[in-house]
Write a protein that binds this ligand. Structure first.
Ligand SMILES: C[S@@+](CC[C@H](N)C(=O)[O-])C[C@H]1O[C@@H](n2cnc3c(N)ncnc32)[C@H](O)[C@@H]1O
Length: 251
């Protein structure tokens, strides 16, 4: 005689299976992929990623990627999140708030230029006790050494790369930080979308098509066998700046 617990478990399993099937179908849904890509270009042209904030701090992200990050943080429950690229601090506050809800963990943010007004606002924020900031280039040996010392003994560790988006810089960040990611956790490389945008889109930016976070990821994956791209995240989001950039450590 099935119990109500059995039927609850069955209902949840069916729901999870349906979600999985839908995501699998999205991977080869040419119409949806094409619409999503077109919308990404249109939204980039309109600086959409600057429209949002989290708990009062501007966050330069697409909400879809923030939900994906929430799912990762809940699944991994990192003791330490390391993010390169602070800007106004919205993403640091976001990760800190998720860790606050989970009840454990700290975020380390690195930026080459932490503006005084941003530093003050982050330091005064209700989530500040879970946030530590380092000023300096994310690839400077002394900064990498400080981060390695902070990460020592922590597990799980999650890395987010969102600073300078050139191939050379992102590849150097991957080489410096990916080894800190614990097995089962992620190294998330933002703005791989640069590669999908029109070639003349970036004007005076040092990055562009052919010199982007995605080309850096490709070079890194060719030399390092510890990660695989989580394509399920790309497929479920459709709208994302990090397609091919959700790297899961598998060994
Ligand atoms: C896209 S913004 C970061 C956005 C932030 N993660 C968010 O979600 O709101 C990029 C930041 O990277 C920083 N940056 C640029 N080059 C850097 C470097 N070599 N090392 C560390 N940070 C750098 C910039 O100062 C800028 O604040």
């Amino acid at each position: 005689m099935p119990t109500s617990k059995d039927s609850t478990t069955g209902a949840i399993e069916r729901f999870v299976a349906e979600v999985r099937q839908r995501i699998e179908a999205a991977r080869s849904d040419a119409e949806f992929l094409s619409l999503s890509r077109g919308w990404m270009t249109a939204s980039f042209q309109r600086k959409y990623s600057y429209n949002f904030s989290w708990m009062g701090r501007p966050v330069i992200q697409y909400p879809q990627d923030m939900i994906a990050m929430q799912e990762i943080v809940w699944e991994v429950k990192p003791e330490l999140i390391i993010e390169t690229g602070i800007a106004h601090g919205g993403s640091l506050v976001y990760y800190a708030s998720l860790l606050q809800l989970i009840g454990q963990g700290e975020v380390v943010g690195i930026d080459i230029d932490i503006r005084e007004h941003n530093r003050v606002a982050i330091e005064r924020h209700p989530m500040a006790s879970r946030i530590r900031m380092i000023e300096g280039s994310s690839v400077a040996p002394e900064v990498v050494a400080r981060v390695e010392a902070l990460a020592a003994g922590h597990s799980p560790v999650l890395i987010v790369l969102d600073s300078n988006h050139t191939h050379e810089h992102v590849l150097a960040e991957l080489r410096a930080y990916a080894n800190l990611v614990t097995v089962g956790s992620y190294c998330v490389v933002f703005d791989t979308v640069v590669e999908d945008l029109p070639a003349d889109f970036f004007g005076d930016r040092p990055w562009g098509v052919g010199d982007s976070p995605r080309t850096a990821v490709q070079a890194f994956l060719a030399e390092d066998g510890h990660f695989e791209i989580d394509r399920g995240i790309d497929a479920k989001l459709g709208i994302t700046v990090a397609a091919g950039g959700y790297l899961r450590r598998i060994r």
